[in-house]
Structure formats: structure tokens, C-alpha cells
Design a binder for this molecule. Structure first.
Ligand code: SAM
Length: 312
């Protein structure tokens, strides 16, 4: 397992500043919905020396590593292996909760480990499951079983890949002639074969980037999970609670923006804390390439809101 001890979480200072500015109680209960290597949890535990942190991650490897890193904080830190869909079940007994932070997507550890199959830069099995325990469908399963039309739709919907149809047709053709794709390296090589060189040059990034993003989102149902997580959070909040979300692509940001707007305008449950998303500084982007696409949005529930049951 690859762990970077100098792990620097994206937009963590800004996320914690929102919690402070919104007046999260010093002895409150804060949920780190995306524990990863524990960078956000650690920052929260240090900034608020009395708070209780509950942290979730669907990846058992992340929970194990972060628990070991944060063990010095004793019972103030509790980690659960759970996905957003199970958040209500896991956290109901601790509600009402004063803040929820989400730092979406995959962690550096998941990306760097070729065996997890997330990266087009490291060869490994076409897996891409955030839950490394072995349950659920893999990217290889999708590439082997879906029709060219279904693959086109996935690449277009979740990757906004303009060459979706051509890439999907090439994958289906490869399957017929040579059998299923097994590794990330094979998929990258095939995409490079399918797309003519001038097209690749115009893509402004790695030619496989959008296909990898699309497969990862579909394998982990990331957008459905995000909606479920925000809905669960809204059902567990205390009056005045804050929700902070850091997203990494427009599809996630759209879900967050739309949900906050619904909470504010239709449900009248509070207000978005900034009109425009907060972006990382040029220095942060220079120090941490992953930060380049990050956007932070925050919402505060009003003081008079009641602890509501989540709607199904
Ligand atoms: C970007 S990383 C978080 C990094 C973390 N903030 C840190 O400082 O180390 C995102 C983490 O969220 C987890 N995750 C993503 N979607 C999830 C979901 N639906 N349910 C639970 N965990 C999820 C991933 O497994 C990954 O470990």
C-alpha cells in the first residue's frame, strides 16, 4: 500500500475556515464523509480541540490507514467503513450533527496504487472499485458486458467525451477480435490506436482521461452516491449546521449546486455561504496538481431548522 506521509489535502484550510466562520460549536460533532488518508479529519481535530469527529470511507484500506494515523486523538475520532448511501444508518445514533465535509473523488493512495486500476498512468487490472474489499462490478466487467451503445452513453454522460461513439465502437470491435480488455495499459493502448494522432493532439490532456473518469464514476455510482450523501446529511443536521463539499469535475459540482439551490429556494432550509465556488490559489495548484480542478461550495442550515427525517 502506498501512503504519502506528507499528504496535503486539497482546500482543507478553506473548508475548515467555513466551519469556523459559520460558528460550528467548539464541542460539536463533525462528520468527515470522505476520510481518505485522514487529512481533513486531522485538520479538524487540530483546529477544534474539543470536537468529536465521525469519519466515513467506503474503502477499507483508507479506514485502516487513517485510523492508524489518527489513533493519537483517542475517542474524539471514530471511523466507519461505509458509503454515503449508508450514512443515515451509521450516524443516526449520533445526530444531530453540526457539520459535514465531503472531499469527493479518489484519494492519492487509490490513484497511485496501480493494482486499483484508477490511473491511466499506472498499469494494473481494470478494477476501479473504491471499495477494495472485492464486492461489486469492476471496470473490466463493464467493458466486457456492455454494448457499444451503452459504453457510448457512459463515456458521454460521465466523461463528456466527444469521441465516445468512436471509442466505444473500437472497444466492441477489439472484444470481438481479441477478447476482453484486462488491464489499464491495454485500454490506454487501444484508445491511442482508435483515435487518430491529430485528434489526440487536440484533446488537451491525456486521450484516456475522460474514459477513465467515466468508468470510475459508473463503477462507483459516484453521482448517485453524492445525491444520497447530501440527502442523508440534510436529515441528520443540527440547527445552524454546515455542509462543505469539494468537487473535482463539473458533473459533481452540478449536483452540489443544484442540491444547495433546492435547500435554499424550495425547501427554505438555509443559505449557500458563497455565491461562487471557492477555488484553490495559484500556489496551491502549483504545489498540488490535483487541486487544479477543485471547487468548494458550502451551505448553512438555518438556526430554526428541525432535525428532519430524510425523504425517500
Ligand atoms: C479525495 S479522497 C479524500 C481525501 C481526504 N480528504 C484526505 O484528506 O485524506 C476521497 C475519499 O472518499 C472516499 N469516497 C468517495 N466516495 C465515497 C462514498 N460514496 N462513500 C464513502 N466514501 C467515499 C474514497 O474512497 C476516498 O478515500
Amino acid at each position: 500500500m502506498l501512503v504519502n506521509p506528507e499528504h496535503v489535502p486539497v482546500l482543507a484550510d478553506q473548508a475548515v475556515s467555513f466551519l469556523e466562520a459559520a460558528g460550528v460549536p467548539g464541542n460539536g460533532k463533525i462528520v468527515d464523509c470522505t476520510l481518505g488518508l485522514g487529512g481533513y479529519s486531522e485538520k479538524i481535530l487540530r483546529t477544534f480541540p474539543q470536537v468529536q469527529v465521525y469519519a466515513l470511507d467506503r474503502d477499507p484500506a483508507a479506514v485502516e490507514i487513517a485510523e492508524a494515523r489518527l489513533t493519537g486523538h483517542g475517542p474524539r475520532f471514530r471511523a466507519f467503513r461505509a458509503n454515503f448511501g449508508a450514512m443515515e444508518e451509521v450516524l443516526a445514533e449520533y445526530a444531530p450533527l453540526d457539520a459535514f465535509v465531503f472531499d469527493l473523488g479518489v484519494s492519492n493512495m487509490q490513484l497511485a496504487d496501480g493494482e486499483r486500476g484508477f490511473s491511466f498512468q499506472n498499469d494494473g487490472p481494470l478494477d476501479m472499485r473504491m471499495d477494495s474489499s472485492g464486492a461489486g462490478i469492476t471496470a473490466a466487467n463493464l467493458l466486457e458486458s456492455l454494448s457499444a451503445e451503452e459504453l457510448t452513453e457512459i463515456f458521454w454522460l460521465y466523461g463528456e467525451e466527444r469521441h465516445s461513439r468512436r471509442i466505444a465502437a473500437g472497444i466492441a470491435e477489439h472484444r470481438r477480435r481479441k477478447g476482453p480488455l484486462k488491464t489499464t495499459g491495454e485500454l490506454v493502448g487501444l484508445i491511442r490506436e482508435i483515435l487518430p494522432a491529430p485528434v489526440q493532439r487536440k484533446m488537451g490532456g491525456h486521450p484516456a482521461r475522460r474514459v477513465f473518469q467515466a468508468l470510475r464514476i459508473r463503477v462507483n455510482d459516484e453521482l448517485g452516491e453524492l445525491e444520497a450523501g447530501l440527502l442523508a446529511a440534510a436529515g441528520l443536521v443540527s440547527p445552524g449546521a454546515v455542509v462543505v463539499v469539494v468537487s473535482y469535475h463539473s458533473l459533481e459540482d452540478r449536483v452540489v449546486k443544484h442540491t444547495f439551490r433546492t435547500w435554499e429556494r424550495e425547501e427554505k432550509r438555509g443559505k449557500a455561504l458563497a455565491k461562487r465556488p471557492v477555488l484553490p490559489s495559484a500556489e496551491e495548484i502549483e504545489a498540488n496538481f490535483k487541486a487544479r480542478s477543485a471547487k468548494l461550495r458550502a451551505f448553512q442550515f438555518s438556526d430554526i431548522c428541525e432535525l428532519k427525517q430524510t425523504r425517500r
